[in-house]
Design a protein around this ligand. Structure first.
Ligand SMILES: *Cc1c(COP(=O)(O)O)cnc(C)c1O
Length: 228
């Protein structure tokens, strides 16, 4: 098996090549190494290789890992967040929470961030394909939610996130990524939120996501290996 450092280098090369292929600035795309279900030594190996941005999808797991690792790590929450975990989620100090998918959750995060005296960066998760099994806002809920977000003084809404249906051919995800980008453009112009961040693309389709405008790609398997 390749080392995590080697894998990170390969993924960074793919990001560079994808940017070159579509004429984007590589500085506009940042890699989130998705370390869910991986043990602390693996995370430390990634950190030692210079990867300071990690993505996790469970609060309990983050709370267990954070005390074991340096404060230089920036944590992103990419998994579903339940309302009863909001207090802990704010306490974790995430650089960004990608998975805000309801008014209730957004308002609870705003209230708790206010309690803890911080401004929490968030993304709105959109179920762009409309698959019944996926969480996320439907596209037509995004602008109304942003209108409510103008009153959330303790949140910083930075953009949109999506997970397209899995298909063997990564090109099939292209139209979903393009639709998220288009929704972002429309929502930004109607609400005034800049919505600069687009979180989309994973191990097998990051090139397609970058071509369609991703600013954050979330890569787990191709860095840390398969998860059990
Ligand atoms: C697990 C996960 C990823 C990483 O997926 P890989 O296919 O392992 O790269 C990305 N985004 C989300 C939301 C995830 O839950």
């Amino acid at each position: 098996m390749n080392s995590i450092a080697d894998n990170l280098e390969k993924v960074q090369e793919r990001i560079h090549e994808a940017c070159r292929a579509c004429g984007r600035d590589v500085n506009d795309v940042e890699l989130i190494a998705v370390s869910k279900k991986k043990e602390v030594p693996a995370l430390r190996e990634a950190l030692d290789a210079g990867q300071t941005l990690l993505g996790e999808n469970r609060i309990q797991e983050v709370m267990a890992k954070q005390p074991e690792l340096p404060g230089s790590i920036r944590w992103h929450l990419i998994g579903h967040l339940q309302s009863n975990k909001v207090k802990q989620a704010i306490h974790c100090g995430f650089d960004c929470i990608h998975s805000v998918d309801s008014t209730k959750l957004m308002l609870a995060l705003n209230a708790e961030a206010g309690e803890q005296g911080i401004v929490q960066p968030i993304l709105l998760q959109v179920n762009i394909s409309g698959e019944a099994s996926k969480s996320g806002l439907s596209p037509d809920e995004v602008i109304p939610l942003l209108e409510q977000a103008t009153r959330c003084m303790h949140l910083d809404v930075q953009g949109l996130m999506t997970i397209p249906p899995f298909t063997e051919d990564p090109e099939k995800a292209g139209p979903f990524f393009a639709a998220l980008c288009e929704l972002r453009d429309q929502a930004a112009s109607e609400t005034g939120f800049p919505l600069t961040q687009l979180s989309m693309g994973m191990s097998h389709d990051l090139e397609v996501a970058i071509r369609e405008g991703a600013t954050w790609v979330r890569v787990g398997t191709d860095i840390f290996g398969a998860r059990s």
